[in-house]
Write a protein that binds this ligand. Sequence first.
Ligand SMILES: C[S@@+](CC[C@H](N)C(=O)[O-])C[C@H]1O[C@@H](n2cnc3c(N)ncnc32)[C@H](O)[C@@H]1O
Ligand code: SF4
Ligand code: SF4
Length: 458
Amino acid sequence: MAMAGRWDRLKELNRKLSALGALLEDETISSMPEWVQFQTTYVCNLECPHCSTHGTEERRREYNYERKGMDRELLSDVAAKSLPAADEVTLSVSGEPLATPGLEKLLDEFEPYGAKLNLVTNGTTLSPQRLSYLIPIAGHIKVSLDGATPTVLETTRKGARWTSVLQKVRLLMRTIELLPAGFERPRVQISAVAMASNLRELPWLIRLAKVLGIKTVGVAPIIVHFDHLADEVLDKHQAFYNACREEAVEVARVLNVHLFLPPAFSDVQPDPTAVPRGGKLMIPDLPDDYYETVPPLDSAFDAEEIEEQARRTVQMITARLSKDDSRGAQAIDHAAAVEALAEAKVESVLASNSERLARMDEESGEEVKYCAFLHRRAYVSETGVVTPCCTLGRPTLGKIGEDGDLAQIWNGGDYTEFRRRFYSDDPVDCCKGCWYARYIPRRRLLDRVFGVTAAGEV
Ligand SMILES: C[S@@+](CC[C@H](N)C(=O)[O-])C[C@H]1O[C@@H](n2cnc3c(N)ncnc32)[C@H](O)[C@@H]1O
Ligand code: SF4
Ligand code: SF4
């Protein structure tokens, strides 16, 4: 386990190179993605009605049975060459990451590279054994729960059982609570999709987070993929959304839970009586007295059983971590060479741009255009196709094997041209008006170059 720290310097150098490339808008400054997202599987055990890949019988058939997962040899090869320089890794963007074939072996293989797992999961298949592999490598765990109470959770996350999934999430949290002092704990949050059918759950999701021991709730607005759910979109329920939002913010304040929500609709008076009903909704007819009849949230799980399982999970984790091994050794030669090159590159870029950087430092309050996806993340599909993000209309920027390895594609002509256009007056269509294209203080990039900023931040 000591090996993970082996790559800390390379990761730090890579963060500097990526920030220098963005600051100086110089495509000759080569770096590696800081966050690699592998589409390891499209398979999922749930059938959330709003999900683009599993929301209908037809889509599920296509994604669960016809699509192949990522070739294991390709995955191992790209991981060995990219993860030593990366801060984060994600499995399966459009499926359930815990359905990745050979998950435990894969995590075992990735762990020595020191890239932290950023996991977005439905949480339904967490178990002591799985947690013993996930917790040591995870930096962030986002559990997707679109409801806090039985009917809403089981309808929005079709296939999940209220008691079962909450028992598993509480096991995750209790295990983290019991980890020995000094253990780097993953940050856990509830991720929810806000839609008309679950707006009344917003305050309940905060209460649920409190009961589970989770400190953060992140809410994103629904993207409607199917006409039969057309009325779920928040735009159609502005006054009701504002009312539920207001209540959720207040509950989060009182319970001391961090809450991230889509903004309120401006100039719209909150109206708690405008409950969405009928129409093209997932839940058209929740009874008026529903919230008077929901069971206490902590009745979903069995605290005694969780305590026993969590203690056992901690034992499994400490037993695994105490094993001295040489996993990841095959990447050492490759990464050591890359590290030496990166060290020399940082020095030379700093030396040849010292005056320009000093001037920038004086004007560091100025804002610069930036997209974290463009400079920090790469998506690798199951066939090795590399894209910059998962925004609609994104271009394909290369295919591993045909166009070289990930480093060559990341620093190659198509990526460079895509980045160049991002800064020009004529960005590629997908970047025009994209929410992720924003202006940030130049200071944030300078801090990355001069080592003030930690991994994962911009
Ligand atoms: C596609 S899922 C894949 C990971 C995992 N299966 C899960 O549900 O957490 C990734 C995230 O997208 C969210 N999501 C699914 N359908 C959505 C939609 N129509 N609009 C917005 N977010 C959606 C999910 O709730 C989840 O948090
Ligand atoms: S759990 Fe995730 S991948 Fe599965 S159906 Fe739900 S949103 Fe889609
Ligand atoms: S600006 Fe948007 S579309 Fe363009 S690379 Fe960034 S996330 Fe993708």
